[in-house]
Structure formats: C-alpha cells, structure tokens
Design a protein around this ligand. Structure first.
Ligand code: IMP
Ligand code: MG
Length: 434
C-alpha cells in the first residue's frame, strides 16, 4: 500500500509544490485529489520558475504519470493554458490525465463567486475569485457539469441548458447581475471538450494499476488543512469536496483509507494566511513586513501565487498545527522556509490559546471565540548564520536545531524534511520519507 499523501498543515502556501517535487522522484504516479485552480504552487528547477494551478507538481519528471483526480474542480480554460505553457517551455505533458468524473468550473461559477463576495461586503471570505466555491456547491447540489459531460453532446446540451436556466435566475434574482448566454457558453465548453479529450481518462484505474504493481503513488494536496470545510475556521474556508485534508485524498482519487501508508504535513516555519478569517498569531509589526518581503526581489516574498495578494504573517502556531496533525493523522512533517527566519533576534512559538481567562490546547469552533484568542507564546533565541547553504541537520545553527526540535516536540511528529531555499537541492533530509 505505498501511497503517500502530502497535505498543507496550515492555511495554504506552505510550500507543498516544492516538497512534492522532491518526493516525486520515487513515485510512478503523482495525483491532485481536491480543490481547483484556487491553488497555486511555485516550483523552481533547472528549467526555471513555474507556477502551477492544476497540473500536479510531478510534471517535471517526464516518466511520471500525473493525474488530476475526480475530486478536483477543473477549469478547462486554465488547464489548457497551463498545458500550452508547459509544452512551450519544453515540458512533456503526454503523461497527464484528467478524471472523467472531475467537476468542471463553468462561467457562472466564476461570476457567482465574484457577485457573492460583493454581496457579503465587509464579511467577504476573500476568495481567490476562481469560481471554486460555487463549483463545489453545485457538485453537492447535484447540479454540476463533469468532464465526462464535455465529451458527450447528448449529456452536455440538456445539462447545461437546465443548469444555466437555474443559475441565470440566481444571477439576476439574487445578485442583480447580467444573465449568461447559453449558446456562447455551450460553444466554448464544447470546444474545451474537444481540446481536453486526449487527456481525459479513468484516473482511478491508473492509480489502482500502479498499486497492484507495488509502485509508489504520491497524492498532492492543495490548500491548507485549516481552510477545510469541517475542521477549518468556518466560514472563512475553501469549499472543496472532498477536502484537501489527508482524509479527502482517498475520496478524491478513488482508493480506500487502508491504501495510504504515510501522510506528510507541510508546515511553514512561521504562519501565513491570504483572505479573511481568524489568525491567532498574526503580526502587524516590522517582523511581519520583514518576513513578507524576504526574498521579494527574487519573487519569493509572501504574495499569493494565484492572486498576488500580500499574505498575512504570524508566528508559528503550534496549537493550530497540533490540531491539524491530529485530524490529518500525520506521520511526518516537512518544515519549509526555515531560512526566512535567519537573522531574527528572537522567535516565538504559540503553545496555548488564552480565551476568556481559560487556556485552550486546540482550536475553538466559534468565530467569536477564535477572534478572542490571545496566543500564549514561548520565546526562543534566533540565529545569525544563514541556513540557505546547509544540507544536513547537524550543520544547522544550534538555535535553528533547537527551534526545529521544539516544533517536533510540540506537535509530537518527527520533522523528516526541512527546506532552506526554493531550489531543489536546498533541502535537508532528516529521515527519508519513502
Ligand atoms: P476560495 O477557495 O477561492 O473559495 O477561497 C476561500 C479561502 O481559501 C480564501 O481565504 C482564499 O484566500 C483561501 N485559499 C484558497 N486557495 C488557496 C491557496 O491555494 N492558498 C492559500 N489560500 C487559499
Ligand atoms: Mg499556493
């Protein structure tokens, strides 16, 4: 059962893409299983820098099969553009396949995403505006259009007609927007269907075949676990069904929980969040600005890959992280961007939440309680020496070792991998994950 799941442990942008890129070496199949092009991975390798939104990060290894599983919301325009861009830069996409069961992001999803955010006003979620929430809402409401439908006119025409009739009532009646034109939408999506056809496959069978042969399958999460519909800071969460947590991985690709061998959680050495919602350890001082703009001139600052929004910054939240370790069943941690902390005089780790005079060791459910959290910090000394050139744990500055070990102790899971820069080799393998 050699399946390894990689998930983001915080609010997204933990550096999953680069960890998947490293771990993909051993895998035969690399698959995305949830979310859509709200996700954004930045990957730097010998061919330069790539930003991926739908294609799995394994695509840079020509012999790997890369899958977009049934759990992903696929925007065909974005996927086709991503494929074209990869091909134009010499990356072979012939081993990429998209599930025929995946749901399709339709024009009304993007429109409703925007209109709904406008209507929420001050209570806006701060979505990426990619139509992902409305697409998954339609999936659950049994009003979705799937990749398989794009290939069958007999299914596509009546489906699109009835769904668009309904959605136009919502667009005009609920939001006061302009209705969409059926013929225009239909022609466009029929053409997407034609272009996507060579990539469409029964992805579940591809995964099951690899498992039967005893080969490794790497399941790549998108977004962070704390954006999960059930366990995240509701309603400031993302709407992926199945969720991007380790539990969602099996549903989103079509295997069972007993097939999964390991779940690796990727955590940034501090915290970031884009969009609105509770963020107990958020910082507003010069430390936040310093961490946000670290490496900005090299495109490495804390600005969203998908939207370019500045990310909110905070200290590492061990309470939230431990919660995430538990609901994901994590067996290993990958700690990213440790080098961003180089040169800070002191570091803080949040080890408890003080709420209304009591101390909580896990995240409360209610939005108002989340907003009343006063983080309890433990302070650790920083280090001056740069870590970007370090390749073994023992060569890290002593205080950096202490910091990593403390995170490990607080979370109760070993740190198997540490990244100290964006390049493939800027990583410390503490214990081999495969
Ligand atoms: P949506 O997924 O576009 O509906 O956005 C819902 C929330 O999830 C917003 O706070 C987004 O900023 C956040 N979000 C969605 N995808 C990502 C991601 O890939 N990285 C970080 N935040 C994300
Ligand atoms: Mg991202």
């Amino acid at each position: 059962m050699p399946v390894v799941v990689v998930v983001g442990g915080q609010w997204g942008d933990e550096g999953k893409g680069r960890i998947v890129d490293l771990l993909a070496r051993k895998a035969r199949v690399v698959a995305r299983y949830s979310a859509g092009n709200n996700a954004g991975h930045t990957i730097v390798n010998e061919r330069g820098e790539f930003k991926l939104h739908l294609v799995p990060a394994g695509i840079f290894y020509p012999e790997k099969t890369c899958l977009i599983g049934n759990g992903v919301a696929v925007d065909p325009e974005v996927l086709l553009a991503e494929i074209a861009q990869l091909e134009s830069r010499g990356i072979d996409t012939s081993k990429l396949a998209v599930s025929d069961r995946a749901h399709v992001v339709m024009p009304w999803h993007r429109l409703i995403d925007r209109l709904d955010e406008e209507q929420r006003g001050d209570e806006a979620i701060g979505t990426t505006g990619r139509g992902i929430g409305p697409c998954f809402a339609d999936k659950v409401a049994r009003r979705g259009v799937r990749v398989a439908d794009l290939l069958e006119n007999e299914d596509l025409i009546p489906r699109m007609r009835s769904v668009l009739t309904y959605q136009n009532r919502v667009i005009t009646g609920v939001y006061g927007g302009e209705p969409l034109d059926f013929d225009e939408c239909y022609e466009q999506y029929r053409e997407y269907g034609r272009q996507l056809r060579p990539f469409v496959a029964d992805t579940q069978t591809i995964v099951v075949d690899a498992l039967r042969d005893g080969d490794y399958v790497l399941l790549e999460g998108a977004q962070g676990s704390l954006l999960d519909l059930d366990h995240g800071t509701y309603e400031y969460v993302t709407s992926s069904v199945p969720s991007s947590t380790a539990g969602g991985a099996t549903l989103g690709i079509g295997i069972g929980p007993t097939d999964v061998q390991r779940a690796v959680g990727v955590f940034k050495s501090y915290c970031t969040r884009v969009g609105n919602g509770a963020f107990p350890t958020e910082l507003f001082d010069e430390t936040a600005a310093r961490l946000r703009d670290h490496g900005k001139d090299f495109g490495r600052g804390e600005y969203g890959t998908t939207t370019g929004r500045p990310r909110r910054i905070g200290w590492f939240d061990a309470v939230a992280a431990r919660y995430s370790v538990r609901f994901n069943g994590l067996s290993a941690l990958a700690l990213t961007r440790l080098d961003v902390l180089d040169g800070l005089p002191a570091l803080k780790l949040c080890t408890g939440y003080s709420v209304d005079g009591g101390v909580l060791q896990t995240m409360p459910a209610s939005t108002s309680a989340l907003n009343r959290i006063k983080p309890i910090y433990e302070e650790l000394p920083g280090w001056d020496e740069p870590t970007t050139g370090v390749r073994t744990f023992d060569d890290l500055p002593t205080q950096a070792q202490v910091y990593v070990r403390r995170v490990e102790t607080l979370l109760g899971v070993p740190v198997d991998l540490i990244s100290v820069g964006p390049e493939r080799e800027q990583a410390i393998i503490v214990n081999p994950i495969f």
